[in-house]
Design a protein. Structure first.
Length: 303
């Protein structure tokens, strides 16, 4: 089974459709008049579809068990066709497209089973995903959008050449997954004045996104958030709150990170932990949804 432990819970919805074709009006009349020998085909097939949605992971090997928080199954008659619509909602790490399609397929099969004694020409015409929402793809930057991005590593030992940088390069690699190019990469010491000067220089160069890694902990030389916080014109507490919550779900020390984030003029500045695992989890927690701040900053309303 594919690991989804790096993903975050979001509201996810999916709508699937299926069509059942009957061979004559007599079948439609029997359905409408509730004269099908096996019973009310709409109610029976709806119940079967609900069971199918909830049991999807039991029969499809790579589907993850997930909480089904809403399901609606409707039928609509158009001529000799019965249109089935299945809508499924969850708040979870992965989507419900297969659950909706499984529900639509079993609803259609139940209709077929109940109608076949009175109609030998029934056909299930198609089963398809109509649309879905939720997940990272919903929050990515519009096609063709670019951001001027900088990554700065704060570490005495790396600046002296005693250690190799892993966290900065991990951020660069992660950003590439969201089609964000790193235009500036630097390594500096854990020095309050140096961090502030580097920040102001990059803001003056009109970088859109500035990510620091390192110096967010509790040791005497961990001063990155202390240097950045006084420079912020508009702090965004929720960014680092989300990083800490995401990290705390995965290891017990994430709560000790003191990272801050916000805008300095038009530059979004974020201070992430110094470990490779910490920055990878931080990027997973924030991107691509955090990029919405640039739309909001330009006056776009939340949708």
């Amino acid at each position: 089974m594919v690991s989804i432990t790096h993903k975050s819970d979001t509201l996810r919805k999916a709508v699937a459709m299926a069509t059942v074709k009957v061979s004559g009006q007599h079948t439609i009349d029997a359905i409408v008049q509730k004269k099908v020998p096996k019973g009310d085909v709409f109610e029976f097939s709806r119940v079967a579809g609900l069971f199918a949605v909830k049991k999807t992971s039991d029969v499809i090997p790579d589907c993850h068990p997930l909480p089904i928080e809403y399901t609606a199954i409707t039928h609509e008659i158009e001529g000799l066709e019965i249109r089935i619509r299945v809508e499924v909602h969850t708040i979870y790490k992965t989507g419900v497209e297969v659950e909706a399609m499984h529900g639509a397929s079993v609803t259609a099969l139940t209709l077929y089973d109940m109608l076949k004694p009175i109609d030998k020409g029934i056909e299930i015409a198609n089963i398809r995903l109509d649309h879905k929402t939720g997940g990272k793809s919903q929050y990515k930057l519009p096609e063709g959008s670019t951001l001027k991005t900088a990554v700065v590593v704060c570490s005495d030992s790396i600046a002296k050449g005693e250690k190799q940088d892993g966290s900065g390069k991990a951020i660069i690699s992660k950003l590439e997954q969201f089609k964000l190019e790193t235009n500036h990469y630097d390594i500096i010491a854990d020095d309050f004045a140096l961090i502030q000067q580097k920040t102001l220089d990059l803001v003056a160069e009109q970088y859109d996104l500035l990510i620091f890694t390192g110096g967010t902990g509790l040791s005497p030389r961990d001063v990155t958030p202390d240097a950045i916080a006084p420079l912020l014109d508009k702090e965004i507490p929720g960014i680092m709150e989300n990083v800490r919550k995401y990290g705390q779900d995965r290891m017990p020390y994430a709560m000790l990170s003191r990272g801050v984030a916000g805008f300095i003029k038009n530059t979004l500045v974020m201070t992430l932990p110094g470990s490779v695992k910490g920055v990878e989890e931080s990027i997973d927690a924030l991107f691509p949804a955090v990029l919405h701040v640039f739309k909001v900053q330009d006056g776009t309303r939340h949708d």
